[in-house]
Design a protein around this ligand. Structure first.
Ligand code: ZN
Length: 198
């Protein structure tokens, strides 16, 4: 297992649409294991293959200690709507309000190669919608108003200088920011509002 580099906004791979992955091979299983390790190292709750420079149609997520790996996922049903703040491991320090369905029924192939269906609500439903967007080359900032996107672009211009060649190298054990530290110190991470990074 290995912690992979994360691609940040500006890397063209984040805008590419992935094609269905035909089979769960050893290479896919190794990728999924590395993606889980990378997601935990980055203190995120979701991570999609394009974020680590790969084109497999797969993502991993872990909300409320429920790790899930989904290959070729599709949303069968969704309902409800909630606006909440979101972040993205590929756009560090940028956050914005996004409307998402509050419930989603998802069908995917697991790393055992078997199809499964799962019903997700709340933050887990938000996460699956965010990750599925990644597999279609879409980012949460696409949902923001023009004014917010302009504001974000200015902030990102400065932030992006921390990531030469659009590469974010993770340093395990090193607190990333004030936000992540305050998250770690709140029991279960749920007492205070926080911006999930996916
Ligand atoms: Zn993301």
């Amino acid at each position: 297992m290995a912690v992979l580099d994360i691609r940040v906004l500006g890397d063209p791979i984040l805008r590419e649409r992935t094609a269905p992955t035909p089979r769960v091979t050893d290479a896919v299983r190794a990728l999924v294991a590395d993606m889980f390790e990378t997601m935990y190292a980055a203190e995120g709750i979701g991570l999609a293959a394009p974020q680590v420079g790969r084109t497999e149609r797969v993502f991993v997520m872990d909300v409320d200690d429920n790790p899930l790996a989904m290959m070729n996922p599709e949303i069968l049903a969704r309902d409800g709507s909630e606006r909440a703040e979101e972040g993205c491991l590929s756009i560090p320090e940028i956050f914005g309000d996004v409307d998402r369905a509050t419930r989603a029924v998802v069908r995917a192939v697991g790393i055992d190669g078997k199809p499964f269906e799962v019903e997700l609500t709340g933050l887990a439903a938000r996460c699956v919608q965010h990750e599925l967007d990644h597999l279609d080359g879409k980012l949460f900032i696409d949902y923001l108003s023009l004014i917010k996107r302009k504001f974000m672009a200015r902030k990102w211009e400065k932030e992006a200088t921390n990531y030469p060649d659009f590469i974010r190298k993770l340093e395990p054990g090193k607190p990333r920011s004030r936000r992540s530290r305050s998250r770690e110190t709140s029991p279960g991470g749920t007492d205070e509002p926080f911006e999930p990074e996916l």
